[in-house]
Design a protein around this ligand. Structure first.
Ligand SMILES: [Zn+2]
Length: 454
């Protein structure tokens, strides 16, 4: 029986398993993401990743309540996305592209936490002296940070058992490997086994463990997605222009997932953004903004931000219209363009459309549709949107403007940021913002570009 050589193919993006190699993953749609792995035999009895648990049956009331505690990471913005601080014990995945600041934020956090507990920084990518240099460059007190530079899971587990740190950072999960598995470091089996083992171990000793996971295009290295189900909290770092960084929770057992953390990357590390409401707006001088720009208030968790939607409409280069939009779903851009064409008589189907969001925030709220339409109109007609005017509302396929949730909070954010006029429907009074109650896209355009030829 050739059980040893049983091969399987695992998608390094999502962990989907197939018995044959596929060019494209049927589960997540990624191309060339399958890697060959020896199937790990389902262990009977003991397994390298079997949970450390007492399997006797007991009365629920006899089970001691696990003590958990929450402590500040030293960074308000990080605390916010974690749901109010670092939970202990817990396991957290911190994903993002290489170089975006994951190691930086982790070492900043450890430096703060090291004043209250033993902390361990596990580096599989940098030598101890490189880690030290990074901490020094950030001006951090590293005297209480222990560092462990070995990528063997067994050695690491042994060290953790011995030191019993309160907080552990694994940088990165993809560099670890267990000798008990035949596959290479970074393969789906290894990444999952190491994550599982260390999560269980940290629960056992009551520690919080943070796994740094690189999001890469390299199909040979498993992405952080494949371990999302194993951890309590999943955070992703998104980068943007001008050093702005967004930290977003996509899963959180201990808090809400709609909060975002905003940071600025400086030479001395990541700092929380002081004035978040305006972080996404570029400061302009003069009394006109360029055409193709419209402002809209968006709600993220407990906060409101004003964002700048930029549109550029140019005659199509090919016979087919193309839409380039990374921050707003292209299907939505296409739909709003069709609504403008049908209900406002604005010819767009022979045009290429480029859409961007200032500051790089990804927008998925329906409330941005009216502002997107205004930006497209402004670019196509080359008429700037008046200063201090913002818009929010959903557009129906019939061209109607629909009210959206949190209208009062959006109006307040506009008022706070010095906007004086808002285009929307069914809004709230009581702010220093006049609002034009617009019921359809045609009315909105007439209202926005008043005194201009429609
Ligand atoms: Zn997949």
């Amino acid at each position: 029986m050739a059980k040893e050589s049983l091969l399987q193919y695992v998608c390094s993006e999502c962990g989907h398993v197939e018995s044959k190699w596929n060019g494209r993953c049927p589960e997540c749609g990624a191309w060339n993401s399958f890697v060959e792995e020896k199937a790990v035999p389902k262990a009977k009895g003991s397994s390298a990743v079997s949970p450390v648990m007492d399997d006797s049956v007991r009365k629920l009331s006899d089970i001691p309540i696990e003590k958990s505690m929450r402590i500040s990471s030293g960074m308000e913005e990080l605390d916010r996305v974690l749901g109010g601080g670092v939970m202990r014990p817990s396991s957290v995945l911190v994903g993002g592209e290489p170089g975006i600041g994951k190691s930086t934020i982790m070492i900043q956090m450890l430096s703060h936490l090291s004043s209250s507990a033993d902390v361990l920084y596990v580096s599989g990518e940098e030598s101890p002296s490189q880690v030290r240099m990074r901490a020094d460059r950030l001006g951090l007190d590293s005297s209480h940070i222990s560092v462990f530079c070995d990528t063997r899971l067994e050695a690491l587990s042994e060290a953790i058992e011995r030191v019993q740190p309160g907080y552990i950072v694994i940088d990165s999960l993809q560099t670890l490997y267990s000798a008990s598995l035949p596959s290479l470091a970074g393969s789906p089996n290894q990444v999952r086994a190491c994550c599982m083992e260390l999560s269980l171990l940290s629960k056992k000793i009551g520690a919080a463990v943070f796994f740094v996971g690189h999001v890469t295009k390299d199909g040979n290295i498993a992405g952080p997605k494949i371990v999302e189900h194993m951890v309590d909290t999943v955070l992703y770092f998104e980068g943007a222009e001008s050093g702005l960084r967004l930290l977003r929770a996509s899963k959180n057992r201990f808090g809400s997932v709609d909060e975002i953390g905003l940071f600025i990357m400086d030479s001395d590390g990541l700092h929380g953004v002081k004035d978040p409401a305006s972080a996404f707006i570029s400061r302009r001088t003069g009394n006109e903004i360029p055409s193709g720009i419209a402002f809209t208030p968006v709600i993220e968790g407990s906060r409101a931000f004003i964002v700048e939607i930029q549109a550029l409409v140019v005659p199509a280069k090919g016979s087919l219209q193309r839409i380039y939009s990374d921050r707003i779903d292209s299907a939505r851009v296409s739909r709003v363009a069709a609504i403008l064409e049908r209900h406002a008589g604005l010819m767009l189907s022979d045009q290429d459309i480029y859409v961007n969001v200032g500051g790089g925030m990804k927008l998925s709220e329906v409330s941005i549709e009216l502002a997107l339409a205004i930006a497209l109109y402004s670019s196509r007609m080359d008429i700037p949107v008046p200063m201090q005017l913002a818009a929010f509302g959903e557009l129906s396929l019939a061209g109607e403007v629909r009210p959206v949730s949190f209208a009062a909070r959006r109006m307040k954010a506009l008022s706070d940021m010095g906007f004086t006029r808002a285009l929307t429907t069914d809004s709230k009074d009581g702010f220093h913002v006049v609002y034009d109650d617009v019921h359809d896209i045609k009315q909105a355009i007439v209202s926005a570009f008043k005194a201009r030829k429609y």
